[in-house]
Write a protein that binds this ligand. Sequence first.
Ligand SMILES: *Cc1c(COP(=O)(O)O)cnc(C)c1O
Length: 230
Amino acid sequence: MNDEIAHNLAAVRQRIRDAALRYERPPDDITLLAVSKTVDAARIRRVYGCGQTQFGENYLQEALAKIATLKDLPIEWHFIGRLQSNKTKPVAESFAWVHGIERIKIAERLSAQRPGDAPPLNVCIQFNVSAESTKGGVSDAELVELASAVTELPRLRLRGLMALPAPAHSFDAQRGAFHQVAAAREMLRARGFLLDTLSMGTSEDLEAAIAEQSTLVRVGSAIFGRRPLK
Ligand SMILES: *Cc1c(COP(=O)(O)O)cnc(C)c1O
């Protein structure tokens, strides 16, 4: 199992390097976030031992238990799940990043609850690729207003956009969805927002995301194997 995970991690890193080369991007511009939802603390510790320092979690109670168990390691924890407004405090206290900000109310609570001795919480706004009514995220029309409001919050640092497009059946379709996210970031940059992050791409579609300027790919099953059904 140990060797299998190390092998998987090396293979994912190679996929990232190959895609970066193919699309003429510096490989170091792309961060690998290991998505460790449903993965126990012992396996996270082994992956950390292979040099992986950033981990993403979706389920708050499960994440908090693992963060406590692994507090001897300088892991950077990213919250990538859905966040309810009554659960913001432990997220503000225990994570370095929150991907998927969709509402100003959540952002305000995270800023107010971020401990004074911690650096500002890094956040991404979740962007809804057009015509995906079922997925979360804000539309083009709402983006500027939410980005402006988040930028005003003293204990948050707006880093960019996050997206989780619906599975697409061809590489071109994957790229098309990610292209919309990259274009939305360019629109915000043109208005003066300093955004260095595009959080997009998973085990299934990281190559297409890298082709469209992703700076952070969120990869779970390609590293840890298929997850049990919830
Ligand atoms: C689970 C999850 C991932 C990772 O997906 P894999 O297909 O396992 O790579 C990425 N992003 C989010 C938001 C997730 O919930």
